[in-house]
Design a protein around this ligand. Sequence first.
Ligand code: ZN
Length: 163
Amino acid sequence: MSTTKIEQNTVATVHYRGTLTESGNEFDNSYDREPLSFLVGFGQMIPGFEAALIGKSVDDAVTFELAPEDAYGQRDPDAVQEVPLSQLPDQIKPGDRLAAQAPDGNVIPLTVTAINEETATLDMNHELAGETLTFEVKVIEVRAATEEELSHGHVHGPGGHQH
Ligand code: ZN
């Protein structure tokens, strides 16, 4: 049994369940798939998630609440835009997810929130922006990251990059 604690430059493997604090609705759950592995201290996770796990070790279970600023941020009203329907795929409807390519090549996910007469309302906010989130996390494994992982900035092997 390892007694390694989660800290900068470790690889943490966890199972988690995420719910919206206000409604209790579950938005994500790792228990029906492989546990999540991440390299600690490289900004791979939302800030509060990582911070709440620092110092924990295998078999620790922790439940914590994250305000929007420690999770996906506040909703940005400027990230909601009206786009002419003529510039969009046919037959889109509210709730559809689209992807736009930014000038720097990054893909920006968009949610169609309304279809108007000549435009659609598109929301670039993360779907969890503005939400306070509750996470129940169980630590499955903690190990030191390898030199190679640290130089790549991501986890290798199960739950990580396979290369
Ligand atoms: Zn790599």
